[in-house]
Unconditional design. Structure first.
Length: 493
């Protein structure tokens, strides 16, 4: 049993031996560049999941590009066979947002075992730019040898083309790919995600002509030929053929532009080389003229140099003769100088001998002076000792004088005392005479006697304290003088 669908023939029993696989059944609408105000933005496809022992289910797949660049669009407004073409006008990344819905497009669903492949990632001629895909899949099913993989800081992966390609080598279906086409493809798998984004573009944007990249859901390695070739004479096939021719023409145009640029560069280089050659020729002519002028200048300089050399030779001969004469005079002067030098040497030797004798005499005088100085030092020490002895004797004389003065004071005191006693005796006599006359007179006399005795005792006490202090002071002075004696001299005894 065979059912006809848009774009090809579908066999109902084609899924019996398949792993989980997805296929685009039909295109609901295409408005990726939002150019049709009557349609929702983006593309919408009815897709089918089959195989893997799961029941066959139909869903709606939305593909939107909210920040699409001017000129970018879906290739032809339709799904071509099993491939969806994307037309990239400038190369800036085209961010495709994928979401899965139920068939009524009322409830958004989660992607499970969903796989999608991207094809026709080319590198331009002369390494001008590289088409790329940036994505963050749950896993990578496989990628071709013509892609370079780079892990970005964002956690996403970048698949960049490294193989040259033109429009005529683009695949028209993802079944039966050549090894070159397989090398420029990558297949991604998404599990347990509500949405995912894939970015397509090329390096060095705004350079070169527009490019095309395609994607497909069906994986031929999971299921064998679930979609037959497009119906004969279909509009899609004609559009695809026209698109292929247009892309091939664009590729040829780009190659021609590259060749024209290369030719222009070669022409510029040739023109520059010619200018350099002309400049080199002009420089060579100037150098030749300068060389001729330099040769003439050198010849004149040579003649002048020869004349100068002859003059210099004559002058040298004259200087040599003068030098010989001066040499003879110098030799005579040298002999005279030598004789004078010998005389001076003899005189210097005589002076040296006299100086030696004077030095010896001076040394003897110095020794005598040293002995005299020693004797003078000893005499000075003796004089100092005698002076200290005289000082001690003087102190002793002063002490004796002090004692004599003290004795004189004591004698004076005794005389005062005797005089006082005499007065007392006279008073006693007078009192005795008056005893009989009055007791009152006797009492007054006794009181006067007592006062006199107290005055005498106080005077004696003050005198003794003063004498004791003076004696102690003189004793300390004598002790200090005796302690301050000169150092012992062995030769002084």
């Amino acid at each position: 049993q065979v059912r006809r669908q848009a774009g090809g023939l579908i066999q109902d029993d084609a899924w019996e031996n398949c792993d989980v696989d997805w296929v685009i059944k039909r295109e609901v609408h295409e408005n990726l560049d939002n150019s049709n105000a009557d349609l929702p933005d983006g593309m919408r496809f009815e897709v089918e999941r089959h195989g893997g022992g799961l029941p066959t289910q139909h869903y709606m797949l939305d593909v939107k590009a909210p920040s699409i660049h001017g000129g970018d669009r879906a290739g032809h407004g339709k799904a071509v066979g099993s491939l969806v073409k994307l037309h990239l006008a400038h190369g800036h990344p085209l961010h495709l947002h994928f979401t899965l819905w139920d068939l009524a497009h009322e409830n958004q669903l989660t992607f499970e075992h969903f796989n999608i492949g991207f094809y026709d990632l080319d590198e331009s001629k002369h390494n001008g730019h590289h088409e790329f895909v940036i994505a963050e899949p749950s896993m990578v099913a496989r990628f071709g040898s013509g892609l370079e993989v780079e892990a970005l800081d964002s956690g996403k992966m970048k698949f960049k083309a490294t193989n040259f390609g033109l429009g005529e080598d683009d695949p028209v279906s993802n079944t039966g790919l050549t090894s070159a086409q397989e090398a420029k493809s990558v297949r991604l798998i998404y599990n347990n995600v509500d949405t995912f984004t894939v970015s397509v573009g090329w390096t060095n944007p705004n350079h070169g002509i527009p490019r095309e990249v395609s994607f497909s859901l069906h994986d031929p390695l999971h299921c064998s030929d679930p979609i037959a070739a497009p119906s004969e004479g279909s509009v899609d096939e004609a559009d695809q053929a026209a698109a292929d021719k247009a892309e091939a023409a664009l590729e040829a145009l780009e190659e021609a532009q590259d060749r024209a640029e290369d030719a222009e560069k070669e022409a510029d280089a040739a023109e520059a080389a010619q200018e350099e050659a002309e400049q080199a020729a002009a420089i060579a002519e100037k150098k030749e003229a300068r060389a001729e002028a330099a040769q003439e200048t050198e010849e004149e300089a040579a003649e002048k140099a020869e004349d100068k050399a002859e003059k210099q030779v004559d002058a040298a001969k004259e200087r040599a003769e003068n030098a010989n004469s001066a040499k003879a005079k110098a030799e005579d002067a040298l002999e005279a100088a030598q004789e004078k030098a010998e005389d001076k040497v003899d005189a210097a030797q005589d002076k040296a001998e006299a100086a030696q004798e004077a030095q010896e005499a001076a040394e003897e005088d110095a020794e005598d002076a040293q002995e005299e100085a020693h004797e003078a030092t000893e005499a000075q020490d003796d004089a100092e000792a005698e002076a200290k002895k005289a000082a001690v004797a003087l102190k002793k004389a002063e002490f004796a004088e002090k004692e004599a003065e003290q004795d004189a004071k004591t004698a004076h005191h005794e005389a005062v005392k005797a005089e006082h006693l005499e007065k007392v005796a006279v008073a006693h006599a007078k009192q005795a005479e008056k005893v009989a006359s009055s007791k009152e007179s006797i009492a007054e006399a006794a009181e006067d006697k007592e006062d006199c005795a107290e005055a005498t005792a106080e005077a004696n006490k003050e005198l003794r304290a003063k004498q004791k202090a003076e004696l102690e002071h003189m004793k300390n002075q004598i002790t200090d003088m005796l302690n301050d004696h000169p150092a012992h001299c062995d030769d002084c005894d």
